[in-house]
Design a protein. Structure first.
Length: 364
């Protein structure tokens, strides 16, 4: 009787991707990929795109096309240069246009039925009626990154184009890394940090810092920025340490050490404020104004928000925290990457079953 040899078990077949997703960034002047999370400075929009795209790669085939990229970067997510002629003829099950509604006509001309999402990160003040009409009539689902952001867009659309159909807007926050948390770093009670674009209230921050330092000359304000806007001459501001552009790891090291993120911004409403969420995630409070999404993101909000138009109120809060009464802060679970990725998977998956195969060809 011939002997029998048990066959080795076959390796499990990889899960079949549920669809091909294209993230289309026609704005950012520089290419970016996974390196922005560790190697160099980046804005909150770029890091959010990378985190979401990389997280979705387990369920979908994901491509991120960028106007500023010079060479492709293969991996679980393909990062490619946005060249319409090169992408023409590829098939997509959904397209996510990032911050650029002007791309909608190009996409719709070639793919009239593909599920199309507009992932907004910015305020939409004074958009013309034609822009709202492109969104409302182009069967586009808009993704806002906070409830404040969603309300703002709905109000602007109603003001500029009251005769158009209601917008379809879904709220999905920007993601904070799942592993980010307090690590026991000693806090320097004289250290304040401001880590945002200069347009987000840096001038007002420097004025209030001057007042704070008049009361306590030991204060230092550490300033960093994403690197895409000019900064003032800090030589005129004693106690300010200009760090320039920093990768996220270095930013968070300074945040962990600081008494607080000193962000008395009264001029630029954050639609989410990744600096708020990440600071609270590592246990550092934020001192800021009740503007934009700040009350929605910060926890507890009442401890971290003060009327920053009142210098005495700002100095009182700093004095209280420096005396040892800093609040215990935390991050809301729905801002974690795992929750944000699930929200994106649900949103994309809800649209894909209705796709017709013949509409998948082509790309702007």
């Amino acid at each position: 009787m011939p002997s029998t040899i048990a066959a080795e078990p076959s390796p499990a077949a990889p899960a079949r991707p549920r669809g091909r997703i294209l993230f289309l960034d026609a704005i950012s002047p520089n290419g970016y990929g996974r390196e922005v999370l560790s190697a160099r400075a980046s804005g909150g929009t770029q890091s959010s795109i990378v985190r979401v795209a990389e997280s979705l790669a387990g369920s979908f085939e994901v491509v991120v096309a960028q106007i500023g990229r010079t060479a492709p970067a293969p991996g679980a997510v393909r990062y490619v240069r946005l060249v319409p002629a090169e992408l023409e003829g590829e098939s997509w099950d959904a397209i996510v246009a990032v911050r650029h509604p002007q791309a909608i006509p190009m996409i719709r001309a070639r793919l009239p039925e593909v599920p199309l999402f507009l992932w907004m990160q910015d305020l939409v003040d004074w958009w013309p009626r034609d822009l709202w009409a492109m969104i409302a009539r182009g069967n586009v689902r808009v993704v806002a990154n906070s409830h404040f952001h969603r309300r703002h867009m709905l109000a602007e659309a109603a003001r500029s184009a009251p005769d158009l159909p209601a917008l379809r807007i879904t709220t999905i926050p920007n993601p904070v890394d799942d592993s980010l948390g307090p690590d026991g770093t000693p806090v320097d009670p004289e250290k304040l940090v401001f880590f945002s674009a200069p347009s987000k209230g840096l001038r007002e921050t420097l004025e209030l810092f001057r007042a704070a330092r008049a009361e306590n000359p030991a204060y230092r304000l550490y300033v960093a920025n994403p690197g895409y806007q000019p900064v003032p001459d800090f030589a005129e501001h004693p106690g300010v340490v200009d760090l320039g552009p920093l990768p996220q790891g270095e930013v968070l090291r300074h945040v962990r050490e600081a008494l607080c993120v000193f962000y008395p911004n009264r001029v630029y409403a954050e639609t989410f404020g990744l600096v708020f969420a990440e600071s609270n995630a590592v246990g550092t409070p934020v001192l800021t104004h009740p503007l934009g999404a700040a009350p929605e993101v910060l926890r507890p909000a009442g401890e971290q928000i003060v009327n920053c138009a009142d210098p005495a109120a700002v100095l009182d809060r700093l004095r209280e925290w420096r005396a040892g009464n800093r609040p215990a802060v935390h991050l809301r679970g729905r801002f974690r990457l795992r929750a944000v990725a699930r929200a994106w998977e649900r949103l994309l998956g809800s649209e894909l079953p209705a796709r017709r195969p013949e509409s998948r060809r082509g790309c702007p």
